[in-house]
Design a protein around this ligand. Structure first.
Ligand code: AMP
Length: 224
């Protein structure tokens, strides 16, 4: 796929809407590359880089890391050659400034946003979804205390791993802060992308499979 034709898909939605899950499915279904600024920042925190040291407390409080730090980690990742296949942005942009910076970055490559998909959900349900979730430490497969336990307790269905982890910011209190940040700073981007004619909305209260199918239809329409 030529770099200038590579799709750039944004997943917008509050914490728990399913951005990460669906981004991984878009990777599988369409060969795109998932770029999650949350994952990039968590990696920076784990590695103890300067960006990670600055971001850690902000993330644990459920607030937004500065545009400067987020853009620096994203630009580093976008400099790698695999992104030429097309990208799914999961958790980015989250502010007006980030949206403008993304437009400028893409314009420099003769690209633009292909679609911004808003995953529409109920806030209250998100608190339960996020505070019960955990992942396999080895392969990253997602589970949930209530909705999706491994078939054999304590063993990952996908890779057989036996270690699991929970995010430090997936507590009920922090999720409420993250929802506030989403409504104050990120939800206005829905109108921004609507104005550019690239907005798509999906009812994301349905099953993972139904949302995956809806995204597949959108991809068929906008990125064929
Ligand atoms: P996520 O994994 O997308 O839920 O992000 C986890 C946390 O990382 C957020 O609550 C923010 O503290 C930080 N973060 C991730 N992406 C961004 C972004 N685009 N802008 C600012 N902060 C971000």
């Amino acid at each position: 796929m030529a770099a200038d034709k590579a799709p750039v898909v944004i997943l917008l939605g509050p914490p728990g809407a399913g951005k990460g899950t669906q981004a991984r499915m878009l990777e599988e279904d369409f060969g795109l590359i998932q770029l999650s600024t949350g994952d990039l920042l968590r990696a920076a925190v784990a590695q103890g880089t300067e960006a990670g040291r600055k971001a850690r407390a902000v993330m644990e409080a459920g607030q937004l890391v500065s545009d400067e730090i987020v853009l620096a980690v994203l630009k580093d990742r976008m400099a790698q050659p695999d992104v030429a296949r097309g990208i799914i942005l999961d958790g980015f942009p989250r502010t007006d400034g980030q949206a403008a910076a993304l437009d400028a970055l893409l314009a420099g490559n003769g690209q633009r946003v292909t679609a911004a998909v808003s995953l529409e959900v109920d806030d209250e349900a998100m608190v339960g979804r996020v505070s019960g979730r955990y992942t396999c430490a080895a392969c990253g497969e997602g589970y949930h205390d209530e909705f999706k336990q491994p078939a054999v307790a304590g063993t990952c269905d996908k890779c057989g791993g036996t270690g699991f982890k929970r995010r430090a910011d997936d507590t009920a209190g922090t999720v409420r802060e993250r929802l506030k940040a989403y409504h104050a700073q990120t939800a206005p981007l829905i109108a921004y992308y609507e104005g550019k004619g690239v907005l798509e909305r999906i009812d994301a209260m349905g099953s993972i499979a139904a949302i995956r199918a809806a995204l597949g239809q959108i991809m068929g329409r906008v990125a064929a």
